[in-house]
Design a protein around this ligand. Structure first.
Ligand code: 26M
Length: 831
């Protein structure tokens, strides 16, 4: 096994650690020898936990003393994955722990494999939050994440006869060594009830009396920075019934009611909504959002009060909140309520503080993904917040009237209606909706998109009316990923080679240094070493494929990967069509001709939202095509297609280092950024992709000539959609449609809606323009083959990708947020 680069070289002997691990097993779990890997994991994790808590305590003592401004990252999702390896590497104690496990007869890698993922997120948005925490800690920025401690995270995906099945993610049953329950930190959160005006101490006040109350219980998840003594925090809230803390009110007759109350309370933090980009207007979801926002704001304000009393005007100098999409946007109304109703501030003073404290990040352009809550639902669940939003909206629309006074009155009225936070449902004029994105923009200091093209779309299309009024509010913050988890720790072999070439491991927290690899890109000796690492990682993935599917794959084949949530806009379907086309071409060849073909192993992975019917059909198409191709004796040496079930963070850590080609082929203008593209790039994986999201910036950094770019551009989309019926499909496309419709892969009734969704050239069909990009995509795939045949050129490009990935460290992203939006500064405790 390759030696991992490390910050703190530990020379300490393994012995005390060995003892610690076995004593944890003995006294916490009653085990005495004969441990499984899962046991060894528990012992190791509970031992590491103590180091983590020491570091956490030091950091927080320091921050308490210094009282710096804090950034609070409010997010309904944190997709953390596993913690053991990340923790030991970030703390620089992997030497002692690796040695201790070896002494006991275990391998760190196998032991680490026993950990369950913390999958408290759907996909990109949740994983971004996790990368941001890593970077905030690494940069010594005083900052916490705040979210929900879901009892069940993202569902586990299984396959049954090739169809997706969903299973609950039961992740907490064996205990969680990475969290610390804070029995002393809990806040009440109310719902429903009534609102009254009352005189309190001679002052006219608004009093909200909720009809339902729950308690938010804090759990802290320490977040170790890399090569720094800083360990910050992710505070997650668990919902518990209020009467557990009020036994007096819990007399015998109340027993049944109390038990129902428990169920209702626990329901709030029970399950992550497994829906990426299409919010259902489920009331429980709004309840979750308010639940964690309310608890988090109370928590921050109580800490502020302990130091600064009720000097709330100074709150923006000490606290800043980033809203991760609109999910926590109720914070605008909640902060107003806490300042006005609870603290007794004047409305205008409270509004100034609120807008100074909040900032909003948009993560999606899909119109159906923009959250809107029916006024009826909100008024019932959060009556005071609904009032506050109405008052905000009155002030806002009045202000707009003055601001737009030069417009003709009709035009002005139209603009104001279009920008109203509360507006009619366009599909149902009787229903009024609260537009959460509008509320977030009006209530925030800064609004940002997550890649250059996306931020432009936010400014020019999605929120253009607002941009015209507040141009300086709008910013871009191109996403990034942590180079620790996504290169150094998941690909230690490549990391060691990079460190050897660059002469130091400084690139791990200064990724711009990776540019130094460009000097080696054409060096045959270096290419040979680079290629050997990729081969080793491919062997690991091949092992996994063997385990799951029972097949041996050709390890000299090109490993071609598409892993991400299954969505029509991400166009896994287009990928499958090109695979079918490749298969048909191979079938037509003579055995001699086939020998000249570039063999490929195609892998597709990702979850479909449980109610997303079309996405589930796409998964079935992948498995059905795989069933035919993988068994065909004529072609199976040249082409395979595997669907890898239950794609998650840990699986990504195995797949990405092994990938040679990765696919990021969304319709231009639909993928806000993408972040796995950055992970692949760091690991020297070539990209076939559209001119979309962060692909564009990745191509710029890597050299556009090194990327397989195809497809229409974002500016053309609207027109092409209008012209749909005039589009003449490629004859190869027509052939493939007939093949699927005709039952070449079985299940033809089930696939019919898939064919119909793209194949009827009328306005509104093939919304994501697969047919338009089909020919360009096939051409780009041919270019991939030609390039792969020239291994030295392929390897040169591969090295250029890693060399060009410096920009996509989340350290860079977080530095930009800290400087341009948060105005927080590093505060590092002494070692
Ligand atoms: C909303 C309401 C109810 C249930 C779920 C949701 C919901 C959850 C996640 C809506 C959207 C969600 O995620 C959107 C998302 O993941 N966006 C992705 O964000 C990444 C990080 O910025 C980008 O890289 C991706 O391009 C973008 O799709």
């Amino acid at each position: 096994e390759a030696e991992r680069p490390t910050a703190a070289k530990s020379s300490a002997s393994a012995e005390p650690v060995t003892h610690d691990i076995t004593s944890k097993l003995k006294y916490l779990f009653g085990r005495n020898g004969d441990y499984t890997n899962a046991d060894a994991y528990q012992g190791t994790a509970w031992s590491v936990r103590e180091k983590l808590i020491d570091s956490f305590n030091k950091t927080h003592e320091h921050w308490k003393k210094e009282d710096p401004k804090f950034i609070y990252y409010l997010s309904a999702e944190f997709l953390m994955g596993r913690s053991l390896t990340n923790t030991v590497y970030n703390l620089g104690i992997e030497g002692e722990y690796g040695a201790a496990l070896r002494d006991l007869g275990y391998q760190m890698e196998k032991v680490a494999d026993a950990e369950r993922d913390a999958a408290l997120g759907n996909g990109g948005l949740g994983r971004l939050a996790a990368c941001f925490l890593d970077s905030m800690a690494t940069l010594d920025l005083p900052g916490w994440g705040y979210g929900i401690r879901y009892k069940y995270g993202m569902f586990k995906q299984g396959l049954k006869n090739g169809y997706q099945v969903e299973m609950p993610d039961i992740w907490l049953t064996k205990g969680n060594p990475w969290e610390v329950k804070r029995d002393d930190i809990k806040f009440e959160v109310g719902f429903g009830g009534r609102v009254e005006r009352k005189k309190v101490n001679g002052k006219e006040m608004t009093v909200w009396t909720p009809s339902e109350k729950v308690v938010a219980q804090a759990y802290d998840n320490p977040i170790p920075g890399y090569a720094t003594p800083t360990t910050s925090n992710l505070r997650l809230w668990d919902a518990v019934p209020i009467h557990e803390f009020d036994l007096g009110a819990f007399n015998a007759g109340d027993y049944d009611r109390a038990m129902l109350e428990r169920e209702r309370a626990e329901g709030i933090s029970a399950v992550l909504y497994p829906n990426d980009s299409t919010p259902e207007g489920k009331e429980l979801r709004l309840k979750q959002q308010y639940f964690f926002v309310c608890a988090s704001l109370q928590d921050v304000m109580s800490r502020f009060r302990a130091v600064h009393g009720s000097n709330w005007e100074a709150l923006p100098e000490k606290a800043c909140f980033q809203l991760n999409d609109t999910h926590p946007t109720i914070a605008v109304a909640e902060l107003m309520r806490l300042l006005v109703d609870v603290e007794g501030l004047e409305w205008d003073a409270a509004w100034t503080i609120t807008t100074k404290c909040l900032n909003y990040t948009n993560h999606t352009v899909m119109p159906e993904a923009l959250e809107k809550w029916p006024v009826k639902v909100m008024a019932k669940m959060l009556p005071r917040h609904m009032e506050i939003i109405e008052v905000i909206n009155e002030g806002w629309t009045k202000w707009l009237g003055v601001h737009l006074k030069d417009l003709k009155s009709e035009e002005r009225a139209q603009k104001i209606a279009a920008m109203s936070i509360i507006h009619a449902n366009p599909w149902n004029a009787d229903e009024m909706l609260v537009n959460m994105a509008y509320l977030a923009v009006v209530g925030s200091s800064a609004v940002n998109g997550v890649a250059a093209i996306h931020s432009n779309i936010v400014k020019d299309e999605i929120l253009n009316d607002f941009y015209q009024i507040f141009p300086s509010k709008f910013q871009n913050k191109t996403n990034g990923v942590t180079p620790r988890r996504w290169l150094a720790w998941c690909n230690p072999e490549l990391a060691a080679l990079i460190t050897e070439a660059l002469g130091s491991s400084e690139w791990i927290n200064d990724t711009e240094k990776l540019a130094g690899l460009r000097a080696f890109a054409s060096d045959p000796a270096f290419q040979a070493k680079w290629s050997a690492v990729k081969k080793a990682k491919k062997a690991k993935l091949a092992e996994l494929i063997k385990k799951i599917h029972g097949d041996d794959v050709n390890q000299n084949a090109l490993f071609d990967i598409q892993i991400k949530r299954i969505h029509e806009y991400k166009r896994q379907y287009l990928n499958v069509l090109s695979i079918i086309w490749r298969y048909k071409q191979l079938k037509k060849m003579t055995p001699e001709q086939r020998k000249a073909a570039v063999p490929r192993v195609c892998v597709i992975g990702g979850k479909a939202a449980s109610a997303y019917d079309m996405a589930k059909r796409i998964i079935r198409l992948v498995t059905a095509v795989g069933d035919v191709i993988n068994k065909d004796p004529e072609t199976k040496d040249y082409l395979r297609l595997y669907f890898l079930p239950d794609y998650n963070v840990s699986l990504a850590e195995t797949i990405i280092p092994a990938a040679e080609l990765s696919q990021h082929i969304s319709t231009a203008g639909t993928e806000a950024s993408g972040t796995s593209n950055m992970k692949f790039q760091m690991n020297g994986c070539l990209i076939i992709g559209t001119w979309d999201g962060a692909n564009i910036e990745i191509a710029e950094e890597t050299g556009v000539e090194n990327v397989f770019v195809f497809g229409v551009r974002a500016e053309e989309i609207n027109q092409l959609r209008k012209d749909r019926k005039n589009f003449k499909t490629d004859p190869r496309w027509d052939e493939l449609m007939k093949d699927i419709e005709g039952g070449m892969f079985g299940d033809k009734d089930y696939f019919k809606p898939l064919v119909d969704s793209v194949n009827n050239m009328k306005v509104g069909n093939d919304w994501f323009l697969l047919a338009n990009d089909f020919a360009g995509y096939l051409a780009a795939q041919e270019e991939v083959d030609a390039t792969y045949k020239d291994q030295s050129e392929w390897l040169r490009r591969s090295i250029m990708y890693t060399a060009g990935s410096g920009k996509f460290s989340s350290d860079r992203t977080i530095r930009e947020y800290a400087e341009d939006i948060w105005h927080v500064k590093p505060a590092r405790p002494s070692a």
